[in-house]
Each structure stands twice: as structure tokens, then as C-alpha cells.
Design a protein around this ligand. Structure first.
Ligand SMILES: [Zn+2]
Length: 305
């Protein structure tokens, strides 16, 4: 499987900042070491044009990002201090998702070893998310006439509030979010389908809910492309998650999504989203789960049968 990655994804943050930047190079290393990825299959993105960002984001917000004019409050809400390198990194990650979605259409499945920054709204950043890469990726493909409809399967433990808000009035993009009901964001946006789960729901309750909804969601969405935000903050011991899947539960979740999507033959893009385990290496190891499962599920190619 082709995977998009850039070393720029890991940028310096203030000391003791909770965001695990090192998870990106660690995931890249683990996938190469486990031969889940070969060097020839790594695609390196450049920064996305500001013009493409206007497909999703407001001019006022983009101007603030470009000129470094975010207020202290806006930066606090974003959870990341503004810097030139942060903006370069964020633009590169959007470009990464654009590349990965395009590759998924060509190859049936492709991955971005970053992205899924689903708390970014059209006019603001939130929760460690600056730009909404998935929204820009989908709108780019729609503008190019390569897809009409898309489905976002967002299984990060936090609701995909930015993505839901961006596409709320857009019937061509179906947003599906399974998340902790009591977790951040306290004020949820409205996805096309939201499944809010109780704290400590555990493996069986989680998988039951997912299996109840996913086949119906795919049928209702009838997409030309699926973006899977496979956040790993659902796993027990996560600093911000609270719904406590085991590692085996995470493996079953990813396996179920991959097998269900493969049966449909719809192109699939894998994206990271969140994960806040004890160490960045541990987090990266959890992010590798979906790649381990994809290697088996898609062993005979992306198309059905
Ligand atoms: Zn999250």
C-alpha cells in the first residue's frame, strides 16, 4: 500500500506539551521495520496552496494563519502555539491527505501517516487541529470531477465536530462519528450520523454499536470514496480517551471496518487522527494496528474478491 509521509510532521513544541509529535516518525519507522511499507511506496507531500485551502476555510482565518495574527485565546483553543513551522507543517499535512485520497482512487486503498485533524472548522482551529485536511481533500477531488460523494468514518474517541460542521449543509458528504458522548467537545456538532457512547463502554459494547451502524451508513452515503479516521485514543490508558477498548478491541474495530469497506469495493483512505498513549512509540504502535490488519485484508488487492 502506498503511504504519504513527511519528516516535517514532527515539529518542536513547548516542553511538556501533551501532543505526541514523535508518533509520526515512529509510525513511519515501525511500518518500514515490519515490512508493512516499503521505501518505494512512500510518497512525500509538498505544502498545499493557500488557494486550495479556500475550498474549506474562510479568508479571514487563512489570513490570520498566514500573518501570525491569531489571538492568545484562538491559539489556546487550537491547543498549539502559532509558528511559521506549524503553518508549514499543517499545509504539508493537508497536501498529504490530498495525495492519499487521490492514490486511494487509483489503487483502491492508500494511507496518510498523519491527518484526520477533524476539530478544525472553516473559521478556526481547535483541539490540536489547524486545518481540516479531510475536508480539503474531499473538496479537491469533487472540484476535479473525480468523485461526487464521500463518506467520512470518524472513529477517533472525540467527535469530528469540525468536519461535521463543514459538511453539515452539504448532502454530497456523509459524516459518521462514533465517539465518547461525555468527552471533548462538550458542545457537539451535528454529523449525518452520531453515535455517542458512554465512558468505559469496552470492546463488546463498542463493536456492537459499530456493527449496528456502519453497513447502513455506507448504504445511505453511497460514496465514491471513504476516509477512515482511525484514531487510537479509544484504547485504555489513553490520556484523553475514556471508553477503554483493549488492544484486541482496537484490532477488531479496524478489521471490521476494513473488511466491511473491502466488500463494497469503494476506495479507502486511512488517516491517523488522535492517540495519547503513555509514549509516542506506544501511540505509533497502536496506529500501526490498522496497517497490520489492512496488509491481511487487502493482501489480494483492493477490489472485491
Ligand atoms: Zn481524539
Amino acid at each position: 500500500m502506498k503511504a504519504v509521509y513527511s519528516p516535517i510532521y514532527c515539529i518542536p513544541l513547548p516542553e511538556r506539551h501533551p501532543f505526541p509529535m514523535e508518533k509520526f516518525p515512529e509510525l513511519h519507522r515501525i511500518l518500514l521495520e515490519e515490512s508493512l511499507l516499503s521505501k518505494e511506496d512512500v510518497v512525500i507531500p509538498e505544502e498545499v496552496d493557500w488557494e486550495d485551502l479556500r475550498l474549506v476555510h474562510t479568508d479571514e482565518y487563512l489570513e490570520k494563519l498566514r500573518e501570525g495574527k491569531l489571538s492568545v485565546l484562538e491559539q489556546r483553543r487550537m491547543g498549539l502555539p502559532w509558528s511559521e513551522i506549524l503553518i508549514k507543517r499543517s499545509r504539508t499535512a493537508v497536501s498529504g491527505t490530498i495525495l492519499a485520497t487521490g492514490l486511494a482512487l487509483e489503487e483502491g486503498i492508500a494511507a496518510h501517516l498523519a491527518g484526520g485533524t477533524h476539530h478544525a472548522f472553516a473559521d478556526r482551529g481547535e483541539g490540536y487541529c489547524v486545518l481540516n485536511d479531510v475536508a480539503v481533500g474531499i473538496r479537491r477531488l469533487q472540484r476535479a470531477g473525480k468523485i461526487e460523494r464521500a463518506l467520512v468514518i470518524d472513529l477517533d474517541v472525540h467527535q469530528g465536530n469540525g468536519t461535521a460542521s463543514i459538511f453539515e449543509e452539504d448532502p454530497s458528504v456523509y459524516t459518521f462519528s462514533v465517539h465518547g458522548e461525555r468527552n471533548y467537545p462538550i458542545r457537539k456538532s451535528t454529523s449525518d450520523r452520531d453515535v455517542g457512547l458512554p465512558d468505559q463502554v469496552g470492546d463488546d459494547g463498542y463493536l456492537e454499536a459499530l456493527q449496528l451502524h456502519l453497513p447502513e451508513v455506507i448504504e445511505e452515503a453511497d460514496p465514491d470514496l471513504i476516509c477512515y479516521l482511525a484514531g487510537v485514543d479509544v484504547v485504555e490508558g489513553d490520556r484523553f480517551g475514556r471508553i477503554n477498548l483493549t488492544r484486541e478491541g482496537l484490532r477488531r474495530r479496524d478489521r471490521y471496518v476494513l473488511e466491511t469497506v473491502k466488500q463494497t469495493g469503494i476506495p479507502l483512505t486511512l488517516l491517523l487522527s488522535g492517540g495519547y498513549a503513555k509514549t509516542p512509540t506506544h501511540t505509533a504502535d497502536l496506529h500501526a494496528t490498522v496497517h497490520r490488519e489492512a496488509a491481511e485484508v487487502f493482501a489480494n488487492g483492493a477490489l472485491q474478491g
